[in-house]
Design a binder for this molecule. Sequence first.
Ligand code: NAI
Ligand code: MG
Length: 363
Amino acid sequence: MTEATILALGGDGIGPEVLNAGLTVAEAVAAAEGLRLTIQEGLLHGAAWDTHGTFCADDTLARAKAADAVLVGAVGGPKWDVIRVPGGPEMQDGLMRLRYELDSFVGLRPARFWAPLADRTPFRPGVADGADILVLREMCGGVMFAKPRGQTERNGLRYAYDTAAYDEGEIARIMRAGFALAGQRSGRIVSADKANVMESYKLWRQVAVEVAEDYPDLTLSNMYADNCAYQIARDPLAFDVVVGCNLIGDFLSDLAAIVSGGLGMLPSACLCDVPDPGRVCKGIYEPVHGSAPDIAGQGIANPIGMILSVGMMFRFSLGRADLDARIEAAVERVLAAGIGTPDIGGTASTRDVTGAVLKVLAA
Ligand code: NAI
Ligand code: MG
């Protein structure tokens, strides 16, 4: 790809601050490579609510669908967290609506060990050194979206319910995404479920095993999610690619994230297709952290999760895995030089860290 249109949505709190850092890096990398990026800007969630009275305007959605990739800072804040509007869960949150409407079902949550941040992890020396875990979370189905769901009254008591449900197509496509990525990594993939107790996970496991037959060179292990969580915490080096449903993937990605040494360090992507190195796919890229209202406006937000998300965008939506690797290597150099924001024990500002990354990239 030599040109791409990117929709950039800052969102709330520190969202616009880190997005700005990410865009600076994206533009510098693109300019050095002769890639033409057209950056469109827009509002999401609280910022959109205050202007349009909706968390994600139809026009923003249309532009997201037309773009090659969407970059998001972060959304949310106490002012908007209490607002309830008519419609399903996707209508309560601008980001959820984007993910849902773009059918970006492949949640990618990589978590890796950074040697300079080893002391910020809870692990004994050696236990997590070199850890590099990629959790795939199914983003568009399962217990977070399936119907029926609701709140009512039963036997005079308040009663609430959700439905855990997947069809085989939804399971197969996220498993295929897992195998595609495992094939480019160690070849090992773990599928986490609760097939011991729940029907939807019995189907999940059955389909995982069926899909595995198409990837005879790769090794699938089916684990119960509770044991999987225990094993990740005990021995993170034993894991590479881990796949789970919307709920299990949510928990396991936060758990695996401990190896990184800081919430601000974590990138993520939601891809709209099974990733394939020979083809690009549309995706939403955002740091894992939230809008951090406690530090918003102070210029000290850690931009690295956002910058690494931009790297993922180059890899999956622009077909430039090499630029992702270059950005990650630059971050590594900056951390090794002891440059970091206060959340990871440093004294640098968002701008200092971004500038240091740019300097390494330009060298
Ligand atoms: P949070 O991730 O915003 O903050 C948790 C703690 O980590 C805070 O102390 C914050 O200062 C710190 N932190 C987070 N990112 C940082 C960064 N880049 N640099 C330095 N420090 C950082 O989570 P919290 O406080 O639970 O939620 C705040 C708001 O964000 C809520 O409205 C929540 O709904 C929303 N949220 C949005 C997410 C998203 O946009 N994907 C994800 C998680 C929460
Ligand atoms: Mg989470």
